[in-house]
Design a protein. Sequence first.
Length: 255
Amino acid sequence: MVFGEMPQSKLTELMAKRSITLTKYEPECNVTLYRDGTNTVLFDVGAGPDFMPASGKLSESLSAMGLSPEEVTHVIFTHAHPDHIWGVLDDFDDPLFPNAMHHFGRKEWDYWWNPSTVDSIGADLASFAVGAKRRMEVIEDRVELFDDGQDILPGIAARASYGHTPGHMTFELRNGSEPAMIVGDALGNPHVAFERPDWHSGTDQDPVAAAAARISLLDQIAHDHMKIIGFHLPNGGIGRVERSESNYRFIGEPS
Ligand SMILES: [Zn+2]
């Protein structure tokens, strides 16, 4: 799904160089928790128990940290694919985070809210559209929409990175000594997305726009020496970006 559209011989070469075999690729799913003393914020919520057997562990993970879903004040979404939004409801289909405001990029919300999306998205992704809309209907009265460039909370700014989905958003954290970029699925794997950000990925709904977003994000993250936090990146998703002559490299932080 991820690599199908890429030039296969060059891909094999790249993977061999990095000692990666492509027969099985199971990326991590990392939900980001951010606390500033006042707000307890989640970026995306994972898939919940209905999507993949190994996912849906967010409640357990929070409770291992001594946090209950009731204590979450804000949930901010990068996009509405199943592994990022389906976990927003509990086993009874009620909102899992009853006291939280839920924040969506306006363009992303409008796309999945539109009843014709299920017909235009293609058969392969139709279940994504149905699943997103059903959950959005339940949380509709606790949703706030934001636009590109907007400060959602103090120190958290939204940045458009359209392509993986039509309204995919990333977030700049500038509230402390070290700036960070939460990239969601704009950088969806730790190897090809960094070494060949220009290659089109089969998981991006608009591969051309997604490649442009990746290149622009990598340029800024490397230039500003930002931390990077990626939903499907290894080491808990946290690391740095190193620029070499013609490409980039993900350097995971020791966890
Ligand atoms: Zn994802």
